[in-house]
Design a protein around this ligand. Structure first.
Ligand SMILES: *[C@@H]1O[C@H](CO)[C@@H](O)[C@H](O)[C@H]1NC(C)=O
Ligand SMILES: *[C@@H]1O[C@H](CO)[C@@H](O)[C@H](O)[C@H]1NC(C)=O
Length: 490
C-alpha cells in the first residue's frame, strides 16, 4: 500500500446479485441496477464483486465465448466509478447455501459427462456431483482434446481479451480464480442438493475412477498396495463419532488414514497451484491481482476430528495446520487469500455443531499474514445487523485503529454479501452506510487507495514438502481484540 494512504482504511466491495446477468446471458435490468450502483457509489463503496459464469460465457460450444452482456455490465460499473473483483466461476450456480439462480456448467461439458460420468466428483456410493469437474481430470484431454486446465486457461485468456481496456485502466482490481464448488478451493463435501444439512460432517469425494486410480498408484508407491480410499467415513449428515473413520481411535489417526488425508489435501493444493499458475501466465503484466477463495468450514472445528474440514480437503487438526500450506502456495502467485464467515460469532452457533467460526477466522487470517500474503474476505450469510457488521470490522482490524503501520495486521479488503433490494430499505441502508464509513476508518472514499502494479510472474514452484513444512508447529493466532473499536453508529 502506498505510504500516503489514509491510515487504517480498508476497501469495501459489494457482491452483486446472482442473476444480474441472467441464465440466458442477458444483462436484464440495467436501469434499476444503475440506480442501485449509484447509491453504493454515493456512500463511498469501493467496488463490486461479480461471478463471471463459465456456463453462460462458453455455453454455446467449446471456445464459443459470448461476452456482450458482461461487457455492458462492466462498462456500466466503470462509468459509475466502481472497481471490479471478477470471479472466474467454473462451477454451477445452484445447489448451495444462498443460491437462488440456476446456472449449470456448459451443456457440451455435461454431455461429455453423460458418456463419462467420472469427470465429476463422486461420493462412495457413486453419486455424481455436476457442480464442478473433478480435479482428477485436470490434466486429461477428455474435452474435445483439451484438458480441464486448458479449458480454464483458454477461458481466462478470452476474458482478458474481452475486457482488455478495462483491465489496462486498472478497474479490475482482482481476478478470483474459481477452484471448486461455490468458487471455493475445496471438494464438494457438503452438497445441499444431495441431502446434506448443517452441521453434517459431509463426505469425501474421491470416488471417480481417476482419483481412485491416482490414490491406488500413490499407495502402491508408498509400499502399501493394499490401501484404498476410505469406506468407513459415513454419510453426509453423520456426526464424527458415528463413523469408524472419525470415531474413537478412528482411522484418521492411523498411518493409513494420515496417508489418505495427506494425499486428499495435497491434491487440492496442487489443483489450486496449477490453475493459479495458468492464471498468472494469462494476466501477467496486467494491472490486477489474483485471488483464491477458501471456505469457512466452522462446524466441528472445536471437535478434535475437525471432520467437516477434513472431508472438504482442509487437513486441519489441533496439531496440524491445514491452512498455512495453502497460504504458502498462494504466496508464490502473489495471490490474495479470500476467506469467508467473517460475520459469525461462536455464540450464535449451536453447541452441538462444535462450531468455532471466530477461532477459525483467527487461525486462517494469521496463517496468511505469517506467509506474507494479502488476506481478504466476506460474510457467509446475508446480514443487515450491527452485530454482524461489528464482527466483520473486528476481523478487518483485529487490533483496532493503529497509528503505527509496522506491526499491524489488517485485511486488504472486504466483500459484503450481497446487493439486494433488502439492503436498500431505509433502515438497512442507513446502517450499511455507517458500516462503509467505519471500514474506511472514518476517512472519505479514496479512489487511489488500491495501488495496482503490473502482475509479476509467479515465483518458482514450491515443492509439496516445503508447503507441508507449514503444517507444524501450530502457532497461536495473532492477538485479537474482543470487540471492534470502530463500531457502526445506529
Ligand atoms: C452419496 O450420495 C447419495 C445421493 O445424494 C446419498 O444418498 C448417499 O448417502 C451418499 N453417500 C453414500 C456413502 O452413499
Ligand atoms: C483408544 O486407544 C487408547 C490407547 O491405545 C486406549 O486406551 C483406549 O481404550 C482406546 N479407546 C477405544 C474406544 O477403543
Amino acid at each position: 500500500m502506498a505510504a500516503h494512504s489514509p491510515q487504517n482504511y480498508v476497501p469495501l466491495f459489494v457482491m452483486l446479485p446472482l442473476g444480474v446477468v441472467n441464465a440466458d446471458n442477458v444483462f436484464e435490468d440495467p436501469d434499476t441496477f444503475e440506480q442501485q450502483l449509484k447509491k453504493l457509489k454515493e456512500i463511498g463503496v469501493d467496488g463490486i464483486m461479480v461471478d463471471v459464469w463459465w456456463g453462460l460465457i462458453e455455453g454455446e460450444g467449446p471456445k464459443q465465448y459470448e461476452w456482450a452482456a458482461y461487457r455492458s455490465l462492466f462498462e456500466l460499473v466503470v462509468k459509475i466509478g466502481l472497481k471490479i473483483q471478477a470471479i472466474m466461476s467454473f462451477h454451477e450456480c445452484g445447489g448451495n447455501v444462498g443460491d437462488t439462480v440456476n446456472i449449470p456448467i456448459p451443456k457440451w461439458v455435461l454431455e461429455i459427462g453423460q458418456t463419462n460420468p467420472d469427470i465429476f466428483y463422486t461420493n462412495r456410493s457413486g453419486n455424481r456431483d455436476q457442480e464442478y469437474l473433478t480435479l482428477g481430470v485436470d490434466n486429461l484431454p477428455l474435452f474435445g482434446g483439451r484438458t480441464a486446465v486448458q479449458i480454464y486457461s483458454d477461458y481466462m485468456k478470452s476474458f482478458r481479451e474481452a475486457m482488455c481496456d478495462i483491465l489496462e485502466a486498472g478497474y479490475i482490481t482482482d481476478i478470483e480464480v474459481g477452484l471448486g464448488p461455490a468458487g471455493e478451493m475445496r471438494y464438494p463435501s457438503y452438497p445441499q442438493s444431495q441431502g446434506w444439512v448443517f452441521p453434517g460432517i459431509g463426505e469425501f469425494q474421491c470416488y471417480d475412477k481417476y482419483l481412485k486410480a491416482d490414490y491406488k498408484a500413490a499407495a502402491e508407491k508408498a509400499g502399501h498396495p493394499e490401501w484404498d480410499v476410505p469406506d468407513n467415513a459415513g454419510t453426509y449428515n453423520d456426526t464424527p463419532d458415528k463413523t469408524e473413520f472419525f470415531g474413537a481411535n478412528g482411522t484418521y489417526l492411523t498411518e493409513e488414514g494420515k496417508f489418505f488425508l495427506t494425499w486428499y489435501s495435497d491434491k487440492l493444493i496442487e489443483h489450486g497451484d496449477q490453475i493459479l499458475h495458468e492464471a498468472n501466465k494469462v494476466f501477467i503484466g496486467s494491472k490486477t491481482r489474483l485471488a483464491a477463495k477458501v471456505s469457512g468450514i466452522h462446524w466441528w472445528y472445536k471437535d478434535k476430528t475437525h471432520a467437516a474440514e477434513l472431508t472438504a480437503g482442509y487437513y486441519n487438526l489441533d496439531d496440524r495446520d491445514g491452512y498455512r500450506p495453502l497460504a504458502r502456495m498462494l504466496s508464490r502467485h502473489y495471490a490474495t487469500l479470500d476467506f469467508t464467515c467473517l460475520e459469525m460469532r461462536d455464540s450464535e452457533q449451536s453447541e452441538t455443531a462444535k462450531s468455532g467460526p471466530q477461532e477459525l477466522v483467527q487461525q486462517v487470517l494469521s496463517g496468511g499474514w505469517r506467509e506474507g500474503i494479502d488476506v481478504a474476505g466476506e460474510n457467509a450469510l446475508s446480514r443487515y445487523d450491527s452485530t454482524a457488521y461489528n464482527q466483520m470490522l473486528l476481523n478487518v482490524r483485529p487490533n483496532g485503529l493503529n497509528k503505527n503501520d509496522d506491526d499491524k495486521h489488517e485485511m486488504s479488503a472486504l466483500t459484503y454479501l450481497r446487493q439486494s433490494d433488502e439492503l436498500f430499505t431505509e433502515a438497512n441502508f442507513k446502517l450499511f452506510t455507517s458500516f462503509v464509513k467505519k471500514m474506511h476508518a472514518d476517512h472519505d472514499y479514496e479512489p487511489n487507495f488500491i495501488h495496482l502494479t503490473p502482475l509479476k510472474r509467479s515465483k518458482h514452484k514450491i515443492p509439496i514438502e516445503k508447503l507441508l513444512d507449514a503444517t507444524t508447529p501450530v502457532l497461536k493466532p495473532f492477538p485479537w481484540a474482543s470487540e471492534t473499536d470502530t463500531p457502526v453508529e445506529e
